[in-house]
Ligand binder design. Structure first.
Ligand code: BEZ
Length: 213
């Protein structure tokens, strides 16, 4: 059965470039980004993992831990990490799971047999501190992911979990947000959004991002 939004992220223990790793212990109370890639020693994946390493401070700021996965073995991961560090001018600072037996890939639906019988696809799952799955994306092998978009989704999730708002198309941190349509009580609207709001339509109400001055 495939993994869906709102599901509890499956726990696992598997070998990784940083030793045997239990996923829930690794995550602790943090948010998590688990992302699969088709194979080690491939060009797009090399740039993706290098870029993720460079975003370490951005992930830390948001309380997010990254963890990568492919079906290659630990020795392959370790050799490839040297290449990533050398070519991407960084230092890989997160574990890469060595999912040779496809245990984790099966739990997380990272093998799409019509794309490849054996290799993982380019998927990414965001997991919240309650271990719930909040985002699932799958990209073609030929297209590297945009990790700024992943950070943007984390920003949106962390904001909308705490305020009765949602974020519109192409929203970036600091821009106006929309008030959830279920909130109709005038007194509550005033209390929650003291800066006011603009009702473009009754269902489309824009307000300044509530957690900013
Ligand atoms: C890559 O990461 O560069 C890649 C992986 C599989 C197929 C094509 C490209």
């Amino acid at each position: 059965m495939s993994l869906r939004l709102g599901d509890t992220a499956p726990d696992f223990t598997q070998e990784s470039s940083e030793g045997t790793l239990n996923f829930y212990e690794f995550l602790g109370d943090s948010w998590g980004i688990l992302f699969s890639h088709p194979a080690d020693y491939t060009p797009v994946c090399t740039t993706e993992l290098g870029y993720t390493a460079k975003l370490k401070q951005e992930f830390e700021k948001r309380g997010v831990k990254a963890i990568a996965l492919s079906v290659d073995d630990v020795e392959s991961h370790k050799g490839w990490i040297n290449d990533i560090n050398e070519t991407q001018n960084t230092s890989v600072n997160f574990p890469i799971i060595a999912d040779q037996d496809r245990k984790v890939s099966t739990l997380y639906d990272f093998i799409h047999p019509n794309a490849s019988e054996t290799l993982t696809v380019r998927s990414l799952v965001i997991i919240d501190p309650n271990k719930k799955v909040r985002l699932i994306i799958t990209y073609p092998a030929s297209t590297g992911r945009n990790f700024h978009e992943i950070l943007r989704v984390v920003d949106s999730l962390q904001l909308t979990d705490n305020y009765k708002v949602a974020t519109p198309a192409n929203w970036q941190e600091g821009e106006d947000v929309v008030i959830v349509p279920s909130l109709q009580d005038e007194a509550e609207l005033k209390q929650r959004f003291p800066k006011g709001y603009t009702a473009v339509k009754p269902y489309l109400r824009l307000t300044p991002q509530p957690n900013r001055d």
